[in-house]
Design a protein around this ligand. Structure first.
Ligand code: FES
Length: 83
């Protein structure tokens, strides 16, 4: 099982962390990964930046530079490496 942790801390929330959930759910459903990917919410990961980044960890590894503009491409690419 691949664990995707999404930060719902104050800064990531302000950058759109909650908007990532439906995007990620659509990717999982489209690819048929329902039994392979588990989504978890997280408190602040202590990775806050001044950019528009949203902190997401996949199997404990921070994926840097995720924003609402590139989330589809990055998550799709990162998850396909592991599945
Ligand atoms: S609020 Fe997400 S890393 Fe701090």
């Amino acid at each position: 099982m691949i664990n995707v942790d999404i930060c719902f801390g104050r800064n990531c929330y302000a950058n759109g962390a909650y908007d990532i959930l439906p995007i990620l759910n659509r990717i999982i459903k489209r690819e048929g990964w329902e039994d392979k990917v588990k989504i978890n919410g997280s408190l602040c990961m202590r990775e806050c930046s001044n950019e528009k980044d949203i902190s997401i960890k996949i199997n404990g590894k921070l994926i840097e530079g995720i924003t609402l503009d590139n989330i589809r491409l990055i998550l799709n690419t990162e998850l396909k490496k592991l599945i």
